[in-house]
Design a binder for this molecule. Structure first.
Ligand code: PGA
Length: 247
């Protein structure tokens, strides 16, 4: 069985004050997370503060993206090695907001996943179709294209990572894929991974996961957890989502 993971993507939210309050709130609530890996992805400038604040808790931290190179004249970028140095053990790769606003192509995402593996970071590859692509009947083709681009580059290197299916139309919109829609796409992803001997890679669903819908999503056979955006900023809500993955 793939391991269960609940991850929180803070996006561009937070501060050192927020980190301190959040860690304190989570400390009282995360004790029951047996069998579930918990990961938080803060903005990179808060990585060090958050990893220190969570040092006593069974919570890992990750960076939201890494550059392909280990160092160099790339103003504003973060190398995977630097994220490791700041306490990260995971990185997101190919989040739809980076594909959309930063122009990350499938090839760039593959390079970043390769960089993560070079540095010993576990990649959490994000894939997902837009509403137009779904309406055009292209959802599976888009998701498989995004996945294959990375598999063709790193092969079974992805075995140390995870894949998050995040339909773009469900991110930050309050609209969640139904458990059946999530399961259907996860089954497609699982089949593609199994063809490469990677059936153990955890598959997370992301897109408006909340305490009240997490349980139904996580009960689907191929949904091994969630990647949570907005609701992960509330330690209480995030803890409830973790608890839904434990059950
Ligand atoms: P959301 O974001 O939970 O706020 O929809 C999910 C994500 O973008 O990872």
């Amino acid at each position: 069985m793939p391991s269960r993971i609940v991850a929180g993507n803070w996006k561009m939210h937070g501060s050192r004050t927020f980190v301190a309050g959040y860690a304190a709130a989570l400390r009282d609530r995360v004790g029951s997370a047996a069998g579930v890996d918990v990961v938080l992805f803060p903005p990179s400038i808060l990585l060090d503060a958050l990893s220190r604040a969570l040092a006593e808790l069974p919570v890992q931290v990750g960076v939201q993206t890494v550059h392909a190179e280990a160092q160099g004249a790339f103003t504003g970028e973060t190398a995977a090695e630097m994220a490791v140095d700041a306490g990260a053990s995971w990185t997101l790769a190919g989040h739809s907001e980076r594909r959309q606003y930063q122009g990350e192509t499938d090839a760039m995402v593959a390079d970043r996943v390769a960089a993560a593996l070079r540095a010993g970071l576990r990649p959490m590859l994000c894939v997902g179709e837009s509403l137009d692509e779904r309406r055009a009947g292209q959802a599976e083709a888009v998701v498989l294209r995004q996945l294959e681009a990375v598999l063709d580059r790193v092969g079974d290197g992805l075995g140390v990572g995870a894949v998050a299916y995040e339909p773009v139309w469900a991110i930050g919109t309050g609209e969640t894929a139904s458990p059946e829609q999530a399961q259907a796409m996860h089954a497609v992803i699982r089949e593609a991974l199994t063809g490469r001997g990677l059936e153990q890679v955890p598959l997370l669903y992301g897109g408006s996961v909340k305490p009240d819908n997490a349980g139904a999503l996580f009960r689907q056979p191929d949904v091994d957890g969630g990647l949570v955006g907005g609701a992960s900023l509330d330690a209480q809500a995030f803890a409830e989502i973790i608890a839904a993955a434990v059950e």
